[in-house]
Design a protein around this ligand. Structure first.
Ligand code: GLU
Length: 440
């Protein structure tokens, strides 16, 4: 019988947490609802709509891992491959005790549209393991990762499906995946398969700039928005939900522009300081304690209070479906920029838009990660190592170009930015399908 670690995790409930993922609704149904408006707007061929409505492959693997105490635990792993018409399946691997198939299906489809929108020659995929990494030692996490990679076997590969970090995974996770995969393919092919994952450490063949890429992309969108609106970022107030890779880099890069981070929250709790929270010091606290809760430089507040803070910019950078009707009604910001994938319920977005809040959608603004993953994959193919300034310069150009394309499209079609972003992606996917047809 399978005894994965979710039982252990539920013994330690997060302070002041929102509802569990399973109570938030079916993410794939919500994703489908989001894209419907864009399908109508571009008058998508129903055949193509049908193809894109489901992932191509949905893989579930159950695998045993030996724990530090000598006993075996079973784990459930997922990899959903949504679409590969534009290139190999591409997307993160997340470790979460509530990971589930519908969530992976939604996240995989968003990767397809992210790559299509930014003209990255990748398709969409997503996966992960149903596990709470906080309940495991580093050596257990290594064995879980290696055995998961072995279970996936040839279902991943540098020209087929390329994982990357996501929620609760990082460069170390990717290096373990790469090393395991290299050992499976055999000695002669080892170095040619370095690109099987991206988001690796630079030592192991990763790209400079990949760690901060998603946060940097979010900040490029905020900068473009500020330029368009004549808004001064220096001294503006920001609230951020989630202080993992995306939230923490966004905070650091925004504070370099003079923005003041007045509220932050994560699974452990919420904190605020109207004078500003130092993102570097908070980052050190989170590295030691695993949460923003207990940080000395800010006061503890409740989740409801966080959403009601007087601020200019809100960056959801935690999990999906954190912003519901209640949160949308409470928010007092001018703009929301989605660092997380799928943080907003469609009903909540309607409320925000009606209130005049600008909503910069996930597939537009959090794609810095996959864009630099593409650069990493190219560097691996060519056995090159690009300089940080080169990588980040290319990223900035790409983010700003796409931002302006979406802005122009939304203005021309008088639609919201999410619909515009999907519509641009759908038009590219449609053009490719029209030309190629389907086999046989
Ligand atoms: N997990 C990130 C995302 O959701 C990065 C994916 C990638 O680099 O492939 O976009």
């Amino acid at each position: 019988m399978s005894t994965d670690s979710s039982a252990k995790a539920s013994a330690k409930p997060a302070a002041d947490a929102a509802t569990s993922l399973k109570d938030r609704g079916n993410l794939f149904e919500i994703a489908t609802k989001q894209i419907d408006k864009a399908i109508k707007l571009v008058n998508l061929d129903p055949d193509i709509a049908q193809i894109l409505a489901q992932p191509k492959n949905e893989l579930i693997v159950n695998f045993p891992v030996r724990m530090d105490n000598g006993k075996i635990s079973m784990f459930k792993g997922y990899r959903v491959q949504h679409n590969n018409i534009l290139g190999p399946y591409k997307g993160g691997m997340r470790y979460h005790h509530e990971a589930n198939l519908d969530e992976m299906k939604a996240l995989a489809s968003w990767m397809t549209f992210k790559s299509a929108l930014h003209e990255i020659p990748f398709g969409g995929g997503k996966g992960g393991v149903k596990v709470d990494p906080r309940q495991h030692s580093k050596s257990e996490l290594e064995r879980i990762t290696r055995r998961f990679t072995a279970a996936l076997g040839s279902n991943i590969g540098p020209e087929f499906d390329i994982p990357a970090p996501d929620v609760n995974t990082n460069a170390q996770t990717m290096v373990w995946m790469m090393d395991t995969y290299m050992n499976i393919v055999g000695a002669g092919d080892r170095n040619s398969v370095r690109g099987v994952v991206t988001g690796k450490s630079v030592t192991a063949g990763g790209s400079h700039g990949r760690a901060e890429a998603t946060g940097a992309g979010v900040v490029h969108c905020i900068t473009e928005w500020a330029k368009d609106k004549g808004f001064n970022l220096d001294g503006c107030h920001v609230i951020i939900q989630g202080f993992g890779n995306v939230g923490s880099y966004t905070a650091r890069l925004l504070s370099q522009k003079g923005a003041v981070i007045i509220g932050v929250g994560d699974v452990g709790g919420y904190i605020a300081n109207p004078e500003g929270i130092n993102p570097h010091k908070l980052g050190e606290h989170v590295s030691k304690n695993g949460t923003v809760a207990g940080y000395k430089g800010a006061a503890k507040i409740g989740r409801d209070e966080f959403f009601g803070l007087e601020a200019d910019i809100f960056v959801p950078a935690a999990l999906e479906l954190e912003v519901g009707v209640k949160e949308a009604n409470a928010l007092k910001v001018k703009m929301m920029v989605e660092g997380a994938n799928g943080p907003t319920y469609p009903e909540a977005e309607d409320i925000l838009l009606a209130k005049g809040v600008d909503v910069i959608p996930d597939i537009l603004c959090n794609s810095g990660g996959v864009i630099v993953s593409y650069y990493e994959w190219l560097q691996n193919k060519r056995s090159e190592q690009w300089e940080t300034a080169d990588v980040l310069g290319r990223l900035e150009k790409r983010m700003k170009q796409t931002y302006q394309q979406v802005r122009q499209y939304a203005t021309a079609k008088k639609c919201d930015w999410r619909t515009a972003s999907y519509a641009i992606g759908l038009e590219r996917l449609q053009a490719c399908y029209k030309e190629r047809g389907i086999f046989p």
